[in-house]
Design a protein around this ligand. Structure first.
Ligand code: PLP
Length: 453
């Protein structure tokens, strides 16, 4: 017998016209399998929620992006942005594809070393690099991009201690037409900070400036932003050449390329809003050709994160309850919340169902199990009436989910990778209570309770 539900009268928006035509009231996105593996099999073996990565998608994306740049410019390297996804298996795929490592903390540096990446294949960015890890990174030949003046002092101390001149890059920030401007990392170009920093390095004589780094922001939907960035970086490089004899061995333009996900507040569909990677590669390499002097080919380094990994990750989550809110809005409780999907705050995920569900689409809310009002995983999705047990497949979720997630009130779930031949590998096991409590200690005096007061 189905459950009684108080009737409501609601204006149905499914089927209403918008600028792009009519969204059919019965439109469904059904996905029964990921990379040929049935959703039912994945859930039966690994439970729900479940993160699923596709090795094929990662390799294809990498090849596509690398060739977009390497066919247009002769000296290109990719640094895999660990912060975007540092699961060992994911880093392993990126390194097998040829990417070096790009890290922003001691923990990430140690992770890259633990993966077997030699220090001289690691780019070390970030605003805080404790002195002991700087020492190690310098000794191991890492490529360090300096964020601030205090770090110049730190590195000079390291150079003195190790008795050698240390090659370094500096991170600069500049106005490339992205507002609000990311000016908190590195030295500002327009105010003269970057020039002062370079002068400080050259006059200190303990460090050797070998390159420039700049990451202007993330999810940049306008390729010309990069053209402006690169033009300013190259011009600055030649200014340093004229003033101090600088040779720009590398020009690191960071990441920031968009994935094919729908940012909240974006009206246009993904196909219209997100330019193809070739547009970025063309804008960047055209500007390099225009602004570099003949014969100069500094290594062009890219640290693309989300654009390489986002689409390769999907999350299977299950409807555990269906309800109506006081205003009549259809709402679902899913077994995955913002704790494991922090990108819910800025993405409207693509939502697919594991089965065809009859009924008309309705504006629906998807909440997670967090018992917190902020736990909203999907807002305003057009969905047919779902019942408990329906699986929803959310995508893309490969970028930042498994690095920014947390274990608030719940265990983090399994993560599997589907290999190129359809093999399924568990790449991170679901947590249990021992993971949560492993580092805790309780004073003996707090272990005896008197509950009857
Ligand atoms: C220095 C640096 N490089 C690369 C990235 C990766 O950025 P994205 O994922 O937008 O490509 C970031 C992200 O914040 C970053 O700070």
């Amino acid at each position: 017998m189905s459950q009684y539900e108080k009737p409501v009268i609601k204006r149905l928006m499914g089927g209403a016209m918008n600028k792009f035509g009519r969204s059919p009231a019965y439109a469904r996105k059904v996905r029964e399998a990921i990379e040929g593996v049935p959703i039912s099999k994945l859930v039966a073996q690994y439970g729900s929620p479940l993160f699923v990565y596709s090795e094929r998608t990662i390799i294809d994306k990498y090849k596509q992006m690398f060739s977009a740049f390497s066919t247009r410019y002769p000296n290109v390297a990719f640094g895999w942005s660990y912060k975007t996804n540092y699961l060992k298996a994911i880093c392993g795929i990126m390194h097998q594809c040829g990417a070096i490592a790009e890290v922003v903390s001691e923990m990430e540096y140690m992770k890259a070393r633990g993966m077997g990446i030699p220090g001289d294949q690691i780019i070390f960015n970030g605003p805080y690099k404790p002195i002991h890890i700087l020492e190690r990174a310098v000794a191991e030949g890492a490529s360090i991009d300096i964020d601030h003046l205090d770090e110049i002092n730190d590195l000079e101390k390291v150079a003195t201690k190790l008795g050698k001149k240390v090659p370094v890059g500096i991170r600069i920030n500049l106005d490339a037409g992205i507002y609000p401007q990311w000016s908190r990392f590195g030295f500002n170009l327009e105010t003269g900070q970057a020039l002062e920093a370079a002068k400080r390095i050259f006059t200190g004589k303990k460090l050797i400036l070998t390159g420039l780094h700049c990451h202007v922001g993330t999810f940049i939907l306008e390729p010309n932003v990069y053209a402006r960035q690169v033009g300013k970086m190259v011009k600055f490089g030649y200014e340093l050449k004229a003033k101090f004899g600088f040779t720009m061995e590398h020009i690191n333009i960071g990441g920031g390329f968009p994935s094919r996900s729908r940012l909240k507040g974006t009206y246009l569909p993904v196909d219209v809003a997100v330019p193809p990677v070739d547009s970025y590669a063309k804008a960047i390499t055209d500007e390099l050709s225009a602004s570099l002097e003949p014969g100069d080919f500094p290594k062009l380094i890219l640290e693309s994160g989300r654009a390489l990994i986002d689409e390769a990750g999907m999350l299977i989550t299950t409807v555990v309850a269906a309800k109506r809110l006081a205003d009549g809005t259809r709402a679902y409780v899913a077994d995955a919340g913002v704790n494991i999907l922090p990108t819910s705050y800025w993405y409207n995920f693509n939502i697919e169902l594991d089965r065809d569900v009859p009924g008309i689409n309705e504006y629906s809310m998807i909440y997670g199990p967090m018992c917190m009002n902020i736990d909203v995983v999907g807002e305003g999705a057009q969905l047919p009436p779902l019942s408990r047990g329906t699986r929803m497949i959310l995508s893309p979720v490969g970028a930042y989910s498994n690095t920014q997630w947390n274990q608030f009130i719940a265990y983090r779930p399994n993560i599997v990778l589907i290999g190129e031949n359809g093999e399924i590998d568990l790449i991170r096991e679901a947590e249990d209570l021992t993971d949560i409590e492993r580092r805790e200690k309780i004073p003996e005096r707090l272990t005896h309770f008197n509950l009857e007061r």
